[in-house]
Design a protein around this ligand. Structure first.
Ligand code: SF4
Ligand code: SF4
Length: 391
């Protein structure tokens, strides 16, 4: 079976796919309902998937509702992303001890079976590609990240029901799965029944698929996929004008909008915690009485005051500076640093911000009065002759 073939499986076939991946040595994981949200978790079969569940999302708002819908994937992304599976929130980096007068350093191997992700969304694969650009880049690729990423088998599902905070269409990351997957599914449920169109994106994906009972997709089914994607594009909850967005933010670093958003922002770090591309981390060394030293890496947030602490001072001491750093990094300076956007338009930071701050709204507000608030200008727009950016 080639990469271009589109075939059809039903519920039993999806269950068989999960079983086949387990037999091949993968640990299947997928979306599950836990604590009132759809989050990644271990699954044994289709019975663990969130069939009939839908989400209602808006700035600072997330609720699940259930219906008799037969679909498993009729929802948008929840608070937790697949980032944690390849870049764990807490991770031992190395340990060291003395033996016979010499220092021994050991890096722990990546534990556990490789993961098979069932039901990632296209924006989440885009987020993994962004993380690859940060953590997976030779010659300084993070070894644990690289191993987890290479071993993972990825089954993506086209997005049929975007949430109220989604804007992947603006960022070019969805709702269709374009690349970066082993297998891609489209869930259809119409008068012809509940079923999945399946495409292989890799040779190993094609091998797994060829072992399942499938039939070729009809022209009508391929057309139904196009219709589903068109409806999803039209249903995006938000949009972001990306025209010269990096330049827009770079020339508006003293815009008064930063003060307005800072007056609402709690500097809680929720947005960084839920973002599938935020990669900041901290390390801590601990020593036990035998002299063994362990270095542990934990996720960190640029909203923490200590995150920019240097030689007696925090460089970004105000909430204004920290929000501006976060948003301009995502949408502007990430391009300078990594040649791509740091935002994939998943909308998590909007939904999970306790005060409903929305970066698409902030960018639009800055665009509406663009051009008079760059470095070297006062907040009122008059040039000061100084290039200093206020903290
Ligand atoms: S900045 Fe917000 S919308 Fe963009 S990827 Fe991060 S959480 Fe998603
Ligand atoms: S923007 Fe929202 S989520 Fe992010 S730190 Fe501020 S209050 Fe918290």
């Amino acid at each position: 079976m080639g990469h271009d073939d589109v075939v059809v499986i039903d519920d039993v076939g999806l269950d068989g796919l999960i079983g086949a991946l387990r037999e091949a040595g993968f640990e299947p994981a997928g979306p599950v309902v836990r604590d009132g949200a759809i989050v990644p978790g271990a699954i044994r079969g289709v019975g663990d998937l969130p069939r009939g569940w839908h989400d209602r999302q808006a700035p600072g708002h997330y609720r699940l509702v259930h219906s008799d819908d037969r679909r498993y994937f009729a929802w948008a992304v929840g608070p937790a992303s697949w980032k944690a599976a390849v870049f764990p929130p807490v991770q031992e980096v190395w340990r060291a001890w003395e033996r016979d007068g010499a220092l021994v350093v050991s890096e722990p191997p990546v534990a556990g079976a490789p993961m098979a992700v069932i039901g990632a969304r296209p924006c989440e694969l885009a987020a993994l590609a962004v993380l690859d650009g940060v953590l997976g880049r030779p010659p300084v690729a993070d070894p644990g990240y690289e191993t987890r990423r290479e071993r993972a088998f990825l089954v993506v599902v086209d997005c049929a029901e975007p949430g109220g905070s989604c804007f992947c269409t603006s960022m070019g990351t969805g709702p269709a799965a374009a690349d970066g997957f082993d297998l891609a599914l489209t869930e259809l449920d119409d008068e012809a029944g509940h079923r999945f169109l399946v495409r292989a994106g890799t040779d190993r994906g094609a091998r797994v698929l060829s072992a399942l009972a499938t039939r070729p997709a009809t022209d009508a089914e391929l057309g139904a996929r196009e219709d589903l994607l068109e409806r999803a594009r039209a249903a995006m909850g938000r949009s972001l004008d990306t025209d010269d967005l990096p330049g827009l933010l770079a020339r508006n670093l003293e815009h008064p909008r930063w003060d307005e958003v800072a007056a609402r922002c709690l500097a809680c770090g929720n947005c960084t915690s839920v973002c599938p591309t935020c990669f900041c981390s901290d390390v801590r060394d601990t020593t036990d009485v035998t002299g063994e030293v362990r270095r542990t890496r934990t996720w960190a947030s640029c909203f923490d005051l200590d995150h920019s602490y240097l030689h007696g001072n925090a460089v970004r001491s105000s909430t204004r500076a920290r929000y501006r750093q976060w948003m301009t990094h995502k949408l502007s300076t990430w391009w300078d640093q990594f040649g791509m956007s740091g935002c994939v338009g998943c909308g998590r930071c909007i939904t999970w911000c306790p005060v409903g701050i929305d970066l698409t709204e902030e960018a639009a507000a800055i665009r509406a009065s663009d051009g008079t608030f760059g470095p070297g200008s006062t907040a009122a727009g008059a040039p000061t002759g100084s290039a200093r950016v206020a903290p």
